[in-house]
Design a protein around this ligand. Sequence first.
Ligand code: SF4
Length: 178
Amino acid sequence: MNWEDWGQIGKEIGFSHVVPLEVKTLRLLPEVRQMCQSNSCRMYGKNWSCPPGCGTLEECRERIAACSSGILVQTVGQLEDEMDGEGMMETEARHKESFQKLHDRLLLAGEDVLAIGAGCCTRCKACTYPDAPCRFPKKCFASMEAYGMLVTEVCRDNGLQYYYGPATIAYTSCFLFR
Ligand code: SF4
C-alpha cells in the first residue's frame, strides 16, 4: 500500500491530517534531545522509549537512515480557551489512541515501520525499564522529541500546518517505512 492508502486509513481511524513525509527533511537536533534531560515530563530514564533508554542520537539517526519514506499524522483539537487543560488531555488521548491503532494496522499488514509518536511509549501500564527488556520491541515507540526532532520544523518542511489558531491544539507523530 502507498502513503495515500495509509492516509485514508489514518483518517478513518480518527486523525485530522495525514501527509507524506520526506525522510531527508528530518534533522535530529542535540538541543531538542537535551530538553528531555530537564525532565519536565518526568519520564526521563523511566521508559525504554525515552532517553537514555531509546539510544543515543547517533543510534536514532541510524534507524532513520534505514527508512526511505514516511507519513506524518496529526490530531487537531478545539479547546474551550487557551487554559483548557482537560481539552488538551482529551486531544492527546485521542491522538495516542489513533496512533496505536494505525501502528497496529501497519504491523498487521507486514509493514516494516519505525513509529515515532507524541510522548513516550504507553503500550504497557508500567514499562519494564530498566530491569527487564522491552515487552513489545516491535510495538514500542519513542517520541519525536526523544529523536531530537523539532515538531514545528518537521511540519513546516513537509507542508503540514502546526498552528490552527487560538484555542486549538495539535499533536503530531510519524511513521517511517524501512
Ligand atoms: S512496550 Fe512496554 S516495555 Fe516496551 S517501551 Fe513500551 S511501555 Fe516499555
